[in-house]
Ligand binder design. Structure first.
Ligand code: ZN
Length: 251
């Protein structure tokens, strides 16, 4: 895995964010091996990310924070600086803690976190949990999984990373598979995958699904859209031809 793959994924996701991005919003990461990963540095912009705008960190410096009872913001900052493999690197994004956790899940090598307008329009509405739990059309299942993890609004930083870990563990226990998409109420989405293509596809498909959700709801006079049934969702998820497509598409 090369850093170029991460930079290219960042630029593509950054284009999605760019329209209204004023803070260089969103962040990305990739796993190198069992010990280290690279994450966007704090203050860098996804759409123009280059190697100096990233930070390579050690998992073993950040994973223990996930079980910390409570830490001051200053102590979290100190841990982020201490996690870098070289002091010449910039400070990792505060969201590096959840990137570290997600990159330890089986089959996850890349993570992308964005705040797309269409997705956040639903995550800032009463439909947020329903959008995470239900599915509207077959390709949404192929790219985003049978369900997304839903995380109720949590203060960004360590608390959010801990909430993401708890919700993801529940999901894996219940569905016996890692998620492809995690939705953060009033905040944004996280996509995970073995390859950059999977992260990009899950992000773009979640944006498409959010737009369709809004359109279907408007077409029904503001009522909920017509969802696929759980049996229809499982049927798509279990189809060998869809598994073949997933493999061929690098998902
Ligand atoms: Zn965020």
């Amino acid at each position: 895995m090369s850093l170029d793959a991460l930079l290219s994924l960042s630029h593509q996701l950054g284009r999605e964010e760019r329209r209204l991005a004023i803070l260089g919003e969103g962040n990305t990461s990739m796993r190198h091996d069992a010990e280290t990963f690279t994450v966007k540095a704090s203050g860098s912009n996804l759409a123009t990310l280059s190697a100096p705008g990233t930070a390579t960190c050690r998992f073993d410096k950040l994973i223990p924070l996930l079980s910390a009872e409570s830490m001051t913001d200053a102590a979290v900052d100190e841990a982020l600086f201490a996690a870098r493999v070289s002091t010449e690197m910039k400070k990792p994004s505060v969201e590096a803690i959840f990137h570290a956790y997600l990159l330890t899940l089986p089959g996850v090598n890349y993570v992308g976190h964005t705040h797309p307008i269409a997705v956040n329009s639903l995550l800032c509405s009463k439909h947020a949990r329903t959008f995470a739990q239900r599915r509207l059309f077959p390709d949404e299942i192929v790219c985003c999984g049978v369900e997304s993890v839903f995380v109720p609004y949590t203060d960004p930083g360590l608390k959010l990373s801990q909430a993401i870990k708890a919700a993801t563990e529940d999901y894996i226990k219940r569905l016996s598979r890692p998620p492809r998409v995690i939705l953060l109420e009033n905040h944004g989405l996280i996509a995970l995958g073995a390859a950059p293509e999977a992260v990009l596809a899950a992000t773009l498909m979640a944006v498409k699904a959010a737009e369709i959700f809004g359109g279907a709801s408007a077409a029904s006079g503001g009522a909920e859209p017509v969802f696929l049934t759980p049996a229809q969702v499982e049927r798509i998820a279990g189809r060998p031809d869809e598994h073949y497509r997933q493999k061929a598409l690098g998902l």
